[in-house]
Design a protein. Structure first.
Lengths: 283, 269
């Protein structure tokens, strides 16, 4: 070793504790996900491909309905707005979960979990990356919706920012739950990562108001944060009214679900350490 | 000690590894059965045993990947169940059962782990390790496109990024050709000497154990059968090589020279 240049012979280590160390580790992991995305053009295209197809399908349907049948369909943009907002929730959830699963596919989780990386830093990195992925995915699609159908997502105004944030928070709760289950039960539970968000599709009234649900189902629906987001969206697009109460409900519920999601993730992680599942990851 | 330990500095200078009455039970299977041992600073110790002897589980408990059913694991004085993060920066490990992300280049992988381990001089450190481990020409290649030997060297570079005082290795030369395996062993010897590091490695390879280890902990069915120097083990069992000792032990026909034979035992008063 002594014949080598000495500049890197000694590892200069930064303090492992504190906020700056947490930020450094989180950003190192986000950089890892960035490298991964950059390494594959196919992945990049796939991020945009599915939401683009969905937007096209529903956009043409909306155009057809607006010209022919339901008077409600004349309320411009409701359907496309719902599609785009649902995709924010769905894509963010998928971004969180698949990025986590990626660590298991690549058998890298053992390296991560024996490094100084804390579980909350892993969660923070997955969360930040889900938002970055979401922007990469949704911005081109929102632009396409504007140029093809004349739907301007920005017509939702500042509420759009709130809707976006609230849906992303919900997606993190779901992502934490599915990541925890996969961690504990292995890749056999992978299907959960894909399907969990769909539970919310009928219950959170993406394409129709809460009022159409049977009475017994309404409390369940109203206990879900996205229900309030989609109600709020319809309120703006159909009546031009910004309903702040809906957003506060969504925020409060998200706080509860996010706490539950993180505690569940930690509980499943602990279970994986107890059951030795972390030794068999990727197999 | 747990209550008083609050910073990594509190743990400086303590014994690298102390394991007491460590047990891991999975359902009805006891993988590790009440083992106790300690590693002195600057020693290289081999965990030797057949498949299912408990080597990997023991290392996983030292790393905090597996929670013990009972007993205690302390690394640099820190209880790994409670204070793993205080000492995580002073440890690293390599195993053929974990990989680095295949799509990332070698340099990208090492940069990510330099960030995770808080290596301030990451670029210089990576350049140094790449030169030392003959990886310089591979730094910008995808990790998944490397040969097994090259991947092992990259894994070793990752394990040495933070210049760990304690290096844990699970079968460090598994599936390598003899030449590459020998080269890796020499690098580990050099590292242990230059860094004055403590190394604990699990292995099936007797030549590797004889070459690297100052001491051998021989495991069978989760229990420690012997804790000796390689030479001491060979002498104790009256065999020519460590491999003969190992085969005798795992096949249940081993007899220490200091044990009385059955007829002697019967005659004893």
């Amino acid at each position: 070793m002594s014949s080598l240049s000495s500049a890197g012979a000694v590892a200069v280590l930064l303090p492992p504790g504190g906020l700056s160390a947490s930020l450094r580790r989180t950003s190192a992991l986000v950089r890892r996900y960035m490298y991964l995305l950059r390494s594959s053009g196919i992945r990049l295209i796939e991020l945009i491909y599915w939401p683009f197809l969905q937007m096209l399908t529903w956009g043409f349907l909306q155009k057809y309905l607006a010209g022919n049948t339901s008077p409600l369909a004349h309320a411009a943009g409701v359907l496309i707005g719902a599609v785009l907002l649902w995709d924010i929730l769905f894509r963010s959830k998928i971004g969180f979960s698949t990025t986590f699963i990626e660590e298991m596919w690549s058998r890298n989780l053992g390296n991560l979990l024996t490094s100084p990386l804390r579980p909350f830093e892993l969660v923070a990195a997955l969360s930040v990356w889900s938002v970055i992925r979401l922007c990469v995915s949704m911005i081109p699609v929102a632009l396409a919706a504007f140029f093809i159908f004349g739907f301007n997502l920005l017509d939702l105004g500042l509420a759009l920012v709130a809707f976006f944030a609230l849906l992303v928070l919900t997606s993190w709760s779901l992502g934490l739950l599915s990541a925890g289950v996969i961690l504990r039960y292995g890749l056999g539970a992978e299907e959960l990562a894909w399907s969990l968000a769909f539970i919310l599709l009928p219950l959170s009234c993406v394409y129709y108001p809460v009022s159409v649900l049977p009475q017994w189902l309404k409390p369940i629906s109203l206990a879900l944060p996205p229900t309030h987001v989609f109600e709020g969206m319809r309120s703006i697009l159909l009546h031009g009214v910004f309903n702040a109460t809906e957003l506060w409900w969504a925020l409060g519920l998200n706080a509860i679900y996010l706490t539950i999601g993180y505690l569940a993730f930690r509980w499943f992680l602990r279970g994986a350490r107890v059951n030795g599942t972390l030794l068999q990851l990727g197999e | 000690m747990d209550e008083r330990v609050t910073t990594p500095q509190d743990l400086a200078g303590t014994v690298p590894v102390a394991v007491r009455d460590l047990t891991k039970v999975y359902g009805t299977v006891t993988a590790v059965d009440h083992i106790s041992f300690a590693l002195a600073p600057r020693t290289t110790v081999a965990l030797l045993g057949g498949n299912g002897a408990g080597k990997t589980t023991t290392i996983a408990m030292l790393l905090g990947l597996v929670v013990p059913t009972s007993g205690e694991v302390r690394v640099f004085g820190a209880d790994m169940g409670q204070h793993r993060y205080l000492v995580a920066q002073r440890i690293n490990f390599q195993s053929p059962y974990v990989d680095l992300p295949m799509r990332l280049t070698v340099r990208q992988n090492l940069m990510v782990y330099a960030g995770l381990y808080g290596v301030a001089n990451a670029e210089e450190r990576i350049a140094y390790l790449a030169e030392d481990l003959q990886l310089s020409a591979l730094l910008d290649r995808a990790t998944g496109k490397l040969s097994a030997g090259q991947k092992t060297r990259v894994g070793l570079a990752k394990a040495l990024l933070n210049a760990p005082e304690l290096l844990l290795l699970d079968e460090p030369t598994a599936s390598l050709d003899p030449d590459t395996a020998d080269w890796i062993r020499q690098k580990l010897k050099d590292y242990a000497r230059d860094r004055r590091a403590t190394i604990l490695f699990a292995s099936h390879n007797m030549a590797e154990v004889e070459r690297l280890a100052d001491r051998v902990i021989l495991l069978d069915a989760g229990r420690i059968l012997e804790d000796e120097t390689p030479r001491g083990l060979i002498e104790t069992y009256g065999r020519e090589t460590l491999e003969e000792v190992f085969l005798d032990v795992v096949r249940g026909r081993a007899r220490r020279l200091d044990e009385p034979v059955a007829s002697e035992a019967e005659e004893a008063p």
